[in-house]
Design a protein around this ligand. Structure first.
Ligand SMILES: [Zn+2]
Length: 215
């Protein structure tokens, strides 16, 4: 099931739940106008968040070649709903195939597993002819620019450590700051960064020697 159809199915459930809540609250003699207004706002917020977070850029083939960390490749595979197992060559090939398949669109819908589950459960028929937008643009072409502007970046986007005055590598986690700052300018990049930041911070915490060992 395509993420777009899965979101369609999921959204139908959300709209239904919203409508039922309105009916119940009006039945309980709450002010109908107020209830309807709140229900409408809730729906608007839902669709806004949906669009902001799950309608993300297609990372073009050239950009995928610049991903060096296998963890980043794996995270990107997960975001696009692709198989996230295998070595970096396998992950990269999977992403390249995805980029080629979606090369004529700049954006693509992605959906977490729970949403995919709802879509499959409802068996929504696939819509014919996906909407075509402009082709995928590089997310990393701003990279050289962001490397020049690194002085403006105060904290590492991955581990939140202070950025060194010179050089473009984070001293704390070893992240290539130019790369991640450029990546973080896109929606899909923000998803990669938040996932990666969680993992790196967990790892850094484990590496701090415990007090007991110091004794
Ligand atoms: Zn860092």
């Amino acid at each position: 099931m395509e993420p777009k159809q899965a979101w369609g199915a999921f959204s139908i459930i959300v709209v239904l739940a919203d409508t039922i809540a309105v009916a119940l609250l009006i039945d309980l003699e709450y002010e109908p106008v107020l209830v309807a207004a709140i229900a409408l706002i809730a729906l608007l917020v839902y669709f806004y968040v949906l669009y902001k977070r799950y309608h993300v850029e297609v990372v073009p083939e050239n950009d995928i070649m610049q991903f060096e960390d296998p963890d980043d490749l794996r995270i990107l595979c997960t975001i696009y709903g692709l198989e996230s197992k295998g070595n970096d060559a396998e992950l990269r090939n999977r992403l390249l195939a995805f980029a080629r398949a979606h090369g004529d669109s700049a954006f693509v819908w992605v959906a977490p597993k729970t949403v995919q589950f709802f879509g499959t459960a409802l068996e929504m028929p696939p819509t014919a002819g996906a909407t075509r937008t402009t082709g995928a643009k590089s997310l990393l072409e701003e990279r050289t620019k962001s490397e020049a502007n690194l002085s403006r970046v105060k904290r590492c986007p991955i581990c939140n450590a202070k950025v060194p005055r010179k050089g473009s590598i984070c001293k704390e986690c070893g992240a290539d700051l130019g790369f991640y700052v450029a990546l973080g300018a896109s929606k899909v990049g923000k998803l990669v960064l938040s996932e990666k930041a969680g993992e790196v911070r967990r790892k850094l915490r484990y590496e701090v020697p415990s007090l007991r060992e110091d004794r």
